[in-house]
Design a protein around this ligand. Structure first.
Ligand SMILES: *Cc1c(COP(=O)(O)O)cnc(C)c1O
Length: 371
């Protein structure tokens, strides 16, 4: 008898990650690549992926929170890094001391970055311009004041404006072009104010892949590195990207049941024939979307088995039909379709969401295991 599969496991294929980086670097060259590893590396394990991306030649790493960046620095990762989302009380001094560049979205943040400069180093900042999304980023009404103050602080040696950036809505090519115009205008205003940021960056995965004219000096790539498409229009496999995460569990129980057997909370499923049911010990606490109840598919021994009944917090049931299945067999929820397993995209479709949310929500009970 072969050994039972691991109880719960997210295999992280670091070879696929490095290959995806190589594909994307070739595609966007000579632009530099920032590997985005926020939200625990999109659920893949931030330290694991940040180290692998650094070793594979990513020039930059990007995180949302300063604390995410500091954790990577504590793990010994020295790659240039940018953090761009800050709470009202965020302490910028540890970031400056750790050599983490700060994305700046307001005059208040700019002043606090300058105040954090000093004995431990000079704050390196990237001004984040709101070019249309109306969320994080310097509001249009504040832009003039921020640029003037940044120029004064830089002239006084208190900060260095290394970059200027913005983020796209990915609504349409025309909308992205309109945002690019606003961005170009902001860059021109920065130059007029006496600043000359060496890095302009606007594109995330979708624009980096589809819009060569929007790449500038640097692109910030998240989802593409993890081998998933940024939009339905994008065929990740066609450009050579492979999914990095494979989520699996060991079948925890198997039982033969008669027709008319009802399954899981609310009895939303009733078997039509005699069949074999298998219990999968993963649930919504582990990131398996409850909205995919009765819709998701799982691969067991090369056979595609439908989820039947409701997905619970810790477990759900699949119908194996007349297929061969034993306790301890590996059940794969999502991974690389080239391995004859379902994709995170198919689970996203089953749950009415996007692949980003599927991988990012894999919970803390699931060990991430590098392959
Ligand atoms: C998350 C994020 C990215 C990465 O986006 P992908 O679509 O995953 O490539 C890039 N830039 C910013 C500002 C982000 O918040």
């Amino acid at each position: 008898m072969s050994a039972a599969a691991p109880f719960r496991e997210a295999r992280i294929d670091l070879g696929a990650l490095a290959a995806n980086l190589a594909v994307l670097r070739r595609l966007v060259a000579p632009s530099l690549v920032m590997g985005v590893v926020k939200a625990d590396g999109y659920g893949h394990g931030a330290e694991l992926v940040a180290r692998a991306l650094s070793e594979a030649g990513a020039e930059w790493l990007g995180v949302a929170d300063i604390e995410e960046g500091l954790a990577l620095r504590r793990a010994g990762i020295v790659t240039p890094m940018l953090a761009w989302l800050h709470g009202p009380d965020a302490d910028f001094a540890p970031a400056v001391a750790a050599g983490i560049d700060l994305g700046i979205s307001s005059l208040d943040q700019l002043e606090r970055a300058a105040a954090a400069s000093g004995g431990l180093g000079r704050a390196m900042v990237h001004l984040k311009v709101d070019s249309g999304l109306s969320r994080n980023g310097i509001a249009p009404a504040e832009r003039g004041a921020v640029l003037a103050r940044a120029a004064a602080l830089q002239a006084g040696g208190r900060i260095h404006v290394r970059g200027i950036f913005s983020h796209l809505s990915n609504t349409s090519a025309a909308d992205d072009d309109r945002q690019r115009e606003v961005f170009d205008q902001a860059v021109a205003e920065a130059h007029a104010a006496g600043l000359s940021p060496e890095l302009r960056h606007l594109a995330a995965t979708q624009a980096a892949v589809e819009r060569p004219g929007l790449r500038f000096e640097l692109v910030r790539i998240g989802i593409g590195l993890y081998g998933l498409p940024a939009a339905e229009s994008m065929d990740a496999a066609a450009i050579g990207l492979r999914p990095v995460m494979q989520l699996s569990a060991a079948v925890a129980a198997v039982r033969r049941v008669p027709a008319g057997t009802r399954v899981s909370y609310g009895y939303t499923h009733r078997t039509e024939h005699e069949t074999t049911l298998a219990l999968i010990p993963l649930g919504y606490a582990d990131g398996v979307p409850r909205a995919a109840s009765g819709r998701g598919m799982v691969a067991i021994n090369g056979r595609s088995c439908p989820v039947v009944g409701r997905i619970a917090m810790d477990q759900f049931v699949v119908d194996v039909g007349e297929g061969r299945v034993a306790v301890g067999d590996r059940a794969v929820l999502w991974g690389d379709p080239a391995d004859a397993v379902p994709s995170a995209q198919s689970w996203a479709a089953a749950a009415g969401t996007i692949g980003y949310e599927i991988v990012t929500r894999v919970g803390p009970r699931v060990p991430r295991v590098a392959r």
